[in-house]
Unconditional design. Structure first.
Length: 164
């Protein structure tokens, strides 16, 4: 095959549409299909393989197919790596969350009175209103408010969290 600039441009114009359609049918993405075809032409121009004019079309289609298969393998590997990374991040996040919950529980046990803990448990764990919590514990709603405010302040102080 003759690798003059004019001959190569003609080959590009003649074969690109067919190569693109085949590439798109394999990778199902327009940008990836264009990249695959362009990569084939770039490699061909650089390596200038010896072949007859009759075999060029078959060569280009086979090279395009191979380039698309390579892209698909890369895509699959990238998806597997992203999935694995996401799984590891979720595990690390779960471990961090568990550690924070353990520290919070320890701070509650060490720094709050039994009554403070009961108020927090009813209000946050049982999702009771101040009035419902007050009724269950036999105290006033304002006392529930004071217990929660004081408890949260102690917890913030323990974790050095500024009040917003």
């Amino acid at each position: 095959m003759d690798y003059t600039k004019q001959r190569f441009e003609r080959l590009f114009k003649d074969c690109y549409p067919l190569m693109y359609r085949m590439a798109f049918s394999l990778v199902e993405n327009a940008d990836d299909a264009k990249d695959a075809v362009n990569q084939v032409f770039t490699q061909m121009w650089r390596s200038k393989p010896e072949m007859s004019d009759e075999s060029v079309r078959g060569y280009l289609l086979a090279a395009t197919r191979n380039q698309c298969l390579h892209l698909l393998r890369q895509r699959q590997l990238r998806q597997q790596m992203e999935s694995e990374l996401q799984r590891h991040e979720e595990e690390a996040h779960d471990e961090e969350r568990e550690e924070l919950l353990r520290q919070l529980q320890q701070a509650i046990e060490q720094n709050l009175t039994e009554q403070d803990r009961r108020v927090l448990r009813l209000h946050y764990d049982e999702e009771m209103t101040y009035a419902e919590t007050a009724t269950v514990l036999g105290i006033s709603s304002s006392a529930v408010n004071k217990h929660i405010t004081r408890s949260l302040e102690k917890i913030r102080k323990t974790f050095n969290i500024a009040k917003k």
